[in-house]
Design a protein around this ligand. Sequence first.
Ligand code: HXC
Ligand code: NAP
Length: 286
Amino acid sequence: MGPFRSDLLKDKVVLITGGGTGLGLAMGQRFAELGALLAITGRREEVLKETSDSLVASGYKSFYQTCDVRDPSQIHDLVNAVEQHYGHIDVLVNNAAGNFISPTERLSPRAVDAVLNIVLHGTFYTTLEVGKRWIEQQRPGTMLNIVTTYASTGSGFVTPSAAAKAGVLALTRSLAVEWAPYGIRQVAVAPGPFPTEGAWSRLSPTPELEQKMLDRVPMGRVGDPGELSNLAAYLISDYAAYINGEVVTIDGGEWLQGAGQFNDLRAVTEEQWDVLAQLTRKKKQG
Ligand code: HXC
Ligand code: NAP
């Protein structure tokens, strides 16, 4: 059952964008197990229906409606529908995203927009729609944004995603201050590699690239969606009420491995260290 009491999120209404697949689905399932009332959205109705039906069949509460987060009027309709269904919203999880690997000079303006419009504009529009209502209703709430480790560092070959996620992180930190007086809290998680169909098919489509991804993680493994879901559950729970504007990295140390200048020395063998030790010790005088 995991580290929490089963009523950790009891009766919290949680809206998850991109909740029909991958990490959004995993988080939704965990939140439901912990008592949350779920609302999930995305562009593909059949995907949402399958996920929602299976949650309901397991005895959980789940509502779905399609919505393209690039379109503010669809978001308006979605939030109306969720409020009508559950009465209100307590938590917004901005999880929907688009991404693919490509040399930046190969991108067309439409390719750049395809990612920026989902990740940056979509997240901003849902945040605005839900935030305005919470302020008007004088209702406290929590927003959890799913970013990436390269939101802070940048990364080649996924530059629209890096720019968009950096924007989402800036939005998280900005609103943490601006909307705190309204009782609205902002948190983010920055996952490292978690193999999902959506991400792997676009970012790691060959066994060689997959192995490279693994080699970058000092812990030598990818993440388990359950690990991310438990972190997310804590962050949206009342026990995290004083965490505001923080981004929590969950990547097995991956980004630090890339950042530390000498971290490649992980590959040096014991025998090679014996030689290096001789070479690097201070030479005895005389
Ligand atoms: C170059 C590409 C491309 C690619 C699309 N385009 N894919 N260019 N390489 N692989 C270009 C197209 O040619 C077109 O430009 C423009 O982008 C729009 O393409 P569409 O297919 O019409 O876009 P759309 O239907 O809006 O789909 C959006 C998408 C798609 C982002 C391209 O992949 C998608 O729907 N993704 C949603 C799910 C997803 O990406 N999940 C992964 C999240 S993982 P032209 O000029 O030709 O018309 C993540 C972080 C992972 O975010 C971190 C890992 C550690
Ligand atoms: P995923 O399964 O592809 O999830 C993306 C979801 O977003 C899908 O359900 C998709 O559904 C939805 N979506 C895309 N465009 C949308 C739009 N315009 N409107 C509404 N919904 C839209 O991939 P994932 O790996 O679970 O990714 C989930 C989140 O984790 C993303 O924010 C991603 O950046 C982040 N992340 C993932 C990893 C990883 O290793 N997996 C690492 C770091 C960060 P539809 O296509 O039906 O719309």
